[in-house]
Design a binder for this molecule. Structure first.
Ligand SMILES: Cc1cc2nc3c(=O)[nH]c(=O)nc-3n(C[C@H](O)[C@H](O)[C@H](O)COP(=O)(O)OP(=O)(O)OC[C@H]3O[C@@H](n4cnc5c(N)ncnc54)[C@H](O)[C@@H]3O)c2cc1C
Length: 468
């Protein structure tokens, strides 16, 4: 007997196409396979060829760690221990409080997908996996037609875009261009690290999590050259606690910000709460954790002006406190800095110029004053994955924007969806993934996305109840 009973037996079968099989796409599909009635078919289309991993969990570097302890990362919020159980079957020493390499989470998501697929097959629900890039989506007034490389068009009553992160924004380089040799516009593109000359001096633009990813991957390769991390403020991600200091968000004061609608009072309340928590011997990280479920509502109450102010002045501080480093990676970073293997710089790029020796001369205005100049063999763009839909070079997203099916948010944080993750004015077309940040701010990590994925699958499956 099935351990996942269909909740809508007797309903009309559906064909659903899901574009992108990173975490978001895979999570929606796992739930759909459990919810859809017999005869339904889910097409899962992934251009990268690996299902359930995506940008974050497709990494092959053992030094790319999760920035959340394993206990908070199961695919299904209803089975919160599932990832830890999966881990312990393979590595009995791991517990819920451990930070582990991201690739393990990707392997677990892929296993969850395969298990749901096998279970669904028994019930007559089919998952068809396609290694293909979706280039166009049309609607003939009855069904969608999804056109992907190397496939005949696929018909589907519903389409879910789970296309994930866009490549980082190409920050302006005064005097140079990202397409020149030695410039790496996308740090997660394959191959560039292997092509570095021995002892190459590397300038990383950005000091957040993707900069640390690059630094760790370089160290794993035995990179012996100097690495400089440069950002306007030079703020590194804060460290998580080692888990012998247990998080206790429930023990910190609960701020009264239910009626706060302006940025300044909100910030004052947050500061005061952190100070009160510290006075009681609590940790600021617990205040952030307590705030997390309320962040989307707080964000939605802010005016466009306040959101803009936040992005301009506060986001670097927010990011460095909210998106923290696993303690082991933080300790490694500290040791590299102490050994002079990595330099942290705060400043603003002024000029880049190719020298006669082919190296890239870079001059920047230091934050504390004065100029600094140095020569590098490579400059890497680690300003973070983008969600700026408007002007995206992605052919599918660009064509959907041009047709008016996708609406970019004016702040460049993602796209606008209705309360059921649908595209306003385009019935049957949905989105799940980090571009939900536009309306929720706190929406890009697994703990939030898995809730959204489950909710979206329920919305989609409810469509099977509609009369044929
Ligand atoms: C480097 C990094 C580390 C992170 N670490 C953590 C962490 O430790 N803990 C945490 O909670 N969160 C973390 N996150 C955040 C979070 O887990 C991710 O945002 C989440 O995995 C997003 O998944 P996604 O499927 O929406 O997007 P992606 O992972 O970007 O997947 C989208 C997929 O869609 C495919 N695709 C795109 N367009 C097409 C197309 N036209 N046709 C076919 N396929 C297409 C892509 O190939 C890709 O596989 C991290 C994010 C990043 C970027």
């Amino acid at each position: 007997m099935s351990i996942f009973p269909s909740v809508i037996s007797g309903a009309t079968p559906l064909r659903i196409a899901v574009v992108g099989a990173g975490f978001s796409g895979a999570a929606v599909v796992v739930h759909l396979l459990r919810l859809l009635p017999a005869g339904s078919c889910v097409h899962l289309l992934e251009r990268g060829g690996r299902f359930g991993r995506g940008l974050a969990y497709g990494t092959c570097s053992p030094s790319h760690w999760l920035n959340v302890p394993a206990g908070g990362l199961a695919l299904d919020p209803a089975r919160p221990d599932a990832f830890v159980q999966w881990l312990q079957q393979r590595f009995p020493a791991f517990g819920a409080g451990d930070f582990v390499p991201r690739m393990l989470l990707g392997e677990y998501f892929a296993d969850e997908l395969a298990a749901a697929e096998a279970e669904a097959r028994v019930r007559g629900v089919e998952l068809r996996r396609h290694v293909a890039e979706v280039r166009a989506i049309e609607h003939d007034g009855r069904v969608f037609h999804v056109t992907a490389t190397g496939l005949p068009p696929l018909a589907a009553e519903r389409v879910v875009l789970a296309t994930g992160h866009l490549p980082p924004r190409r920050v302006a380089l005064p005097g140079a261009d990202w397409d020149e040799p030695g410039f790496v516009a996308d740090p997660y593109a394959p191959g560039w690290q292997a092509a570095l000359p021995d002892g190459a001096a590397v300038l990383v633009l950005g000091t957040g999590l993707s900069a640390i990813d690059v630094l760790m991957a370089l160290q794993d390769r035995g990179h012996a050259g100097p690495v400089t991390l440069l950002s306007r403020r030079g703020l590194l991600p804060q460290a998580h606690r080692w888990l012998d200091a247990k998080p206790q968000p429930a023990s910190v004061p609960q701020p009264d910000w239910q009626h706060e609608t302006r940025l300044r009072p909100l910030l004052r309340t947050l500061r005061r709460t952190i100070a009160d928590a510290a006075a009681q011997g609590c940790d600021w990280r617990d205040v952030m954790a307590r705030m997390r479920p309320q962040t989307p509502a707080l964000w939605q109450r802010l005016s466009a002006r306040d959101r803009r102010q936040f992005l301009r002045h506060l986001q670097p501080w927010w990011d460095s406190h909210r998106h923290r480093l696993a303690p082991g990676i933080h300790a490694r970073l500290t040791a590299l800095a102490a050994a002079g293997r990595v330099e942290l710089a705060a400043g603003r790029l002024q000029q880049l110029q190719r020298g006669a020796d082919g190296r890239i001369g870079v001059r920047w205005q230091r934050r504390g004053g004065g100029m600094r100049q140095a020569a590098f063999d490579a400059v890497v763009n680690c300003t973070g994955a983008s969600a700026a839909l408007a002007g995206s070079a992605d052919p599918l997203l660009a064509s959907l924007c041009a047709r008016g099916w996708l609406q970019a948010d004016p702040l460049g944080l993602g796209l606008l969806v209705d309360e059921q993750f649908g595209m306003p004015g385009v019935p049957g077309l949905y989105y799940i993934g980090p571009m939900l940040k536009a309306q929720r701010w706190e929406a890009i990590a697994v703990p939030e996305l898995r809730q959204h994925a489950k909710a979206l699958a329920q919305v989609l499956a409810a469509g099977a109840l509609a009369p044929a």
